[in-house]
Design a protein around this ligand. Structure first.
Ligand SMILES: [Ca+2]
Length: 319
């Protein structure tokens, strides 16, 4: 009990800097100096940091552990509910000419663009309302991943400097993800495109830029436009668990020979394709064959849950 009390007191001490905002402003003064030293113009730094403040929810979220463990069985129906599938279908039809053009240009099936858009921000509805410079400065100051967020902050300043967005409209998630497909600033600089050619990469308000940037991200990370992402499969009784994992791949015919089947029990597709076998939850959890595009989606977000949600929505919207 004593030990527990000490821990509580200690964690109380740890949260004390939240109130001590002078520390934050001293830290921000240092950030500004580093930005200037990195070549960001003084007027950009002045404008970007004009209303800087601590974003307490960013610290809270960053430390928060999920309260209970989800499994794919409980998560996927929440992440890909029927209403979202319906909406994806309607928006896919609505934007088909633009999506078809962009899909062809980047050699990416446009259903994956719509799926990423739907999973990331509910088709542009939830892009985040936190002022990005303040969120990133808060997370750098908080210190758990200081170097990472400092790097993202410098990239965010470069985005402002390039004139894609005004500092006051520069908003995102508490973690610094921006716009309708939630790029971190470093991804924005690497992969965002000005698809409609108006001189701005507007991932907040311009759908051509949003779709083009998502497609460009996938293409630049090795997307195979003639392959799907993966599929849920049924494993045979007693399959050697050593066969699981993304680090090993086999031809579909080899998985077929090992007894792996489509979920309905039918044979795997008779095409030559490399695949890994993954089972992100426990031995009773869902199993998937992961094709090379699965790895591209994991580059976007390392969570298997994210990848399976995007893949599932992409499949269901063309059902
Ligand atoms: Ca544009």
């Amino acid at each position: 009990m004593k030990c527990r009390l000490a821990l509580l007191l200690f964690s109380g001490l740890l949260s004390a800097p939240l109130q001590a905002s002078p520390d934050f402003y001293a830290y921000v003064a240092g950030l500004k100096q580093q930005a200037l030293a990195a070549g960001i113009k003084p007027e950009t730094v002045a404008a970007a940091f004009a209303n800087i403040r601590v974003i307490e929810p960013a610290i809270k979220h960053d430390k928060n552990q999920p309260e209970f463990k989800l499994t794919l069985d409980s998560y996927i129906p929440r992440a890909v509910p029927q209403w979202k599938v319906n909406q994806a279908k309607a928006l896919y039809r609505q934007h088909l000419p633009l999506l078809t053009k962009i899909g062809a240009e980047y050699d990416v099936q446009s259903r994956f663009i719509v799926a990423l858009w739907g999973i990331e921000t509910n088709f542009g509805k939830l892009t985040g309302t936190y002022p990005l410079i303040s969120s990133l400065a808060t997370l750098a100051w908080d210190g758990r991943r200081e170097d990472f967020f400092k790097g993202q902050l410098l990239d965010a300043l470069r985005i402002i400097e390039q004139g894609h967005v005004t500092p006051s409209a520069f908003k995102g998630s508490w973690a610094g993800a921006m716009g309708q497909v939630q790029f971190m600033p470093s991804s924005f600089l690497k992969y965002a495109v000005d698809q409609d050619g108006d001189g701005k990469k507007d991932l907040w308000g311009n759908l051509a830029d949003v779709f083009g940037s998502a497609a460009n991200y996938l293409q630049q990370n090795g997307w195979h436009g003639d392959e799907t992402w993966g599929r849920q499969v049924k494993l045979p009784e007693g399959l050697d668990p050593a066969l699981l994992g993304l680090e090993q791949t086999r031809q579909l015919s080899a998985w077929q020979a090992l007894g792996v089947r489509q979920l309905d029990g039918s044979p795997l597709p008779g095409v030559e394709m490399q695949a890994s076998l993954v089972r992100p939850d426990d031995a009773k959890g869902r199993a998937y064959l992961a094709y090379p595009n699965y790895l591209v989606l994991r580059h976007w977000n390392r969570s298997h849950y994210f990848v399976v949600a995007v893949g599932t929505l992409a499949d269901r919207l063309v059902e």
